[in-house]
Write a protein that binds this ligand. Structure first.
Ligand SMILES: Cc1cc2nc3c(=O)[nH]c(=O)nc-3n(C[C@H](O)[C@H](O)[C@H](O)COP(=O)(O)OP(=O)(O)OC[C@H]3O[C@@H](n4cnc5c(N)ncnc54)[C@H](O)[C@@H]3O)c2cc1C
Length: 402
């Protein structure tokens, strides 16, 4: 059977590995517009600090040759002709398939701020983006940068830039960092600890409402509760979120959900023999799962690959899971940590001296989320307890909580 995988990110790579583990008699082609084979995106910050691209690529080209995988780099797929079972590549070549897996991921979202497109805006998605950011940082006269957005990417960017002598300002309309991973108290705690180790200016509850460009130099206009203020800048980075590029799926006639490609629980698209997984998929129909994270991409890709191989298996959803170490601080957020009516906080530890914060979130007496800062204690067990929807008593017993 000929299988073509479009995309070489976390989803594409997981699918290829699943094929290798489960079936020997496959002709696998992996095609990507990236010039490099698979690399984990969370480590591309290292390139901003000076690491060479080859050092973040875990599986060099030889690995694909050894495993009999036809790896095509630096080529964009521009069309899918499902009636005749082939995809077209930008250079006009065709690739035939019996089964096709689309793992084309997502792209940075650029907010519609007046003036933003009148000059360079740096976004981090790929190795090449990281190389461009490093080049700009090394040539930045003022040694200052502005980062739009206060999520995971912004914090990691701020850390990497500070390490090469750039002082970042993070602008976010939220009152604290990592809105998707932390609650308000956790956000405040994280910021307090971060302040000690990271030379970054934070402008919270603030929106960038205009950018006036003069070549590379620009004036950033900020609106906050006090009013409007302006400051000069020559290095603008954007990390305000992601969006889907649905052009390929649209052109092929695939059914789209609200944001991306629509799939059934077998990760099958609306067209025969075509599957999709990862950021390219609309997550709307899978309650509890989160879009735009690696655990979702990996789980979906495994399910898609097994279904392609003929094993009927449904995607059960993904417990969101984020672990990072930034500025030496361990931070883990598992499951749903949003406060809404009926949610109770329990097992709270808040210790500034030791730099430890822990909070468990329960709804209808069932554990549904956990935040850990400055500790990784019981991490695995906590994930299992969330999946089991354990009661507080069960959590107390299993973890020996006071
Ligand atoms: C810097 C950074 C740090 C991150 N850190 C974390 C983290 O700590 N934890 C976490 O859970 N998530 C993190 N994420 C998000 C995570 O990386 C994504 O959710 C994940 O990469 C999605 O995997 P994917 O395979 O669906 O898509 P992607 O990894 O985006 O891969 C898409 C692939 O498709 C290719 N492609 C796209 N269109 C075409 C086309 N037409 N033709 C050919 N090839 C095409 C691309 O070149 C790429 O190879 C991070 C993201 C970034 C950018």
């Amino acid at each position: 059977m000929r299988v073509v995988v479009i995309g070489s990110g976390h989803a594409g790579f997981t699918a290829v590995n699943t094929f290798l583990k489960n079936e020997e008699d496959l002709e696998i082609t992996m095609i990507t517009e990236d010039p490099y084979p698979f690399y984990p995106r969370p480590i591309i910050y290292k390139i901003i600090r000076g690491e060479k691209p080859e050092n973040v690529i875990r599986y060099p080209k030889k690995w694909y040759i050894d495993h009999n995988i036809n790896l095509i780099l630096n080529k964009r797929v521009t069309g899918i002709e499902n009636k005749d079972n082939f995809v077209t590549i930008e250079d006009g070549a065709k690739l035939s398939y019996d089964k096709l897996l689309i793992t084309t991921g997502s792209k940075p979202f650029i907010p519609p701020i007046p003036g933003i497109h009148d000059g360079p805006v740096y976004c981090l998605r790929s190795i090449d983006d990281a190389l461009k950011i490093r080049k700009k940082a090394l040539n930045c006269e003022t040694k200052k940068a502005t980062i739009l957005g206060g999520g995971l990417l912004s914090v990691e960017l701020a850390k990497a830039l500070s390490e090469i002598g750039i002082a970042p300002t993070i602008i976010d309309r939220s009152p604290y960092l990592l809105r998707k991973q932390l609650d308000g108290e956790g956000g405040y705690f994280f910021n307090k600890i971060l302040d000690k180790s990271l030379d970054t200016r934070f402008l919270f509850n603030s929106t960038c409402q205009k950018i006036q460009r003069n070549g590379e130099k620009m004036t950033i206009e900020i609106k906050d509760v006090i009013g409007v203020s302006k400051y000069k800048c020559e290095f603008l980075l954007n990390a305000t979120g992601i969006q889907n590029d649905n052009s390929l799926a649209n052109k092929a006639g695939l059914t789209l959900g609200k944001y991306a490609i629509s799939v059934d629980p077998h990760m099958k698209t609306s067209m025969k023999n075509i599957y999709a997984a990862g950021d390219a998929v609309d997550i709307g129909s899978f309650p509890g799962s989160k879009f735009g994270i690696i655990p979702t991409a990996i789980d979906q890709a495994r399910i898609a690959a097994l279904n392609i191989l003929g094993t009927e298996i449904q995607y059960p959803g993904t417990v969101p899971w984020t672990t990072l170490k930034v500025a030496g601080i361990d931070l883990t957020s598992i499951g749903d940590v949003t406060m809404e009516s009926g949610v109770e906080e329990k097992g709270v530890v808040l210790d500034f001296d030791k730099g430890i914060y822990r909070k468990l979130f329960f709804k209808n007496q069932k554990l549904r989320g956990v935040i850990l800062i400055g500790t990784r204690e019981n991490l695995r067990s906590l994930k299992d307890l969330i999946m089991k929807k354990a009661s507080f008593q069960e959590v107390k017993n299993e973890l020996n909580l006071a």
